[in-house]
Write a protein that binds this ligand. Structure first.
Ligand SMILES: [Zn+2]
Length: 191
């Protein structure tokens, strides 16, 4: 089983084949079970901004508990979610069971029987692809603005090479790696 990036919110873990497929797309992928058939898909990278946002979410959750104005199951999910954000989780999609009454749920994000399936991997691949394209595009534009003419030619060449662009993109996104090496003897990836 791949190591979790954040403390699992519940004792139920994502199915190993799905988590492995997600981590193949992006090693920072995380799929968390929040309870009552709800799953949160995202990436994990601890940042001061996420920590601050999480502390506000936790404060608001505890305030609503003090006032007694909350529905218990969804309150626990909110608390588990905020704790994952505190450890760096950023949600890309939320998946719901067939029968919950959360607002803004689409047919696509209702899981049959509440079980994660291959659509989650497809959604993640698409989201990561869009996100990388946007991140990389912004990085390219920023560097072009700052560079003199001689450097511009070098930057164009760098970004014209997809492998080098991907490596640069990875470095930009993980200046401090939180991903543990996966090449342990028990890992299927080591084979
Ligand atoms: Zn729901």
């Amino acid at each position: 089983m791949p190591d979790p990036h954040v403390t699992p919110p519940t004792s139920r873990l994502a199915p190993e084949p799905i988590l492995t497929a997600l981590r193949d797309v992006d090693p920072a992928a995380e799929l968390l079970y929040l309870g009552q058939g709800h799953w949160a898909l995202g990436r994990c990278r601890p940042t001061p901004e996420r920590y601050t946002a999480a502390m506000k979410m936790l404060a608001s959750a505890w305030a609503s508990a003090r006032h007694g104005a909350f529905e218990e199951a969804s309150w626990y999910r909110r608390l588990r979610f905020a704790r994952a954000v505190r450890e760096g989780f950023a949600q890309m999609e939320a998946y719901h069971p067939p029968d919950c009454d959360c607002p803004n749920v689409t047919a696509h994000t209702r899981l049959d029987r509440g079980e994660p399936d291959a659509r989650i991997v497809r959604d993640f691949r698409r989201a990561i692809w869009r996100w990388r394209r946007d991140t990389q595009g912004r990085d390219f534009e920023r560097r072009m603005r700052q560079a003199d003419e001689a450097r511009k030619a070098a930057i164009r060449a760098e970004y014209a090479d997809p492998a080098r662009a991907r490596a640069a993109d990875r470095w930009m996104r993980h200046p401090v790696s939180i991903v543990k090496p996966r090449t342990t003897p028990t890992s299927p990836r080591a084979a």
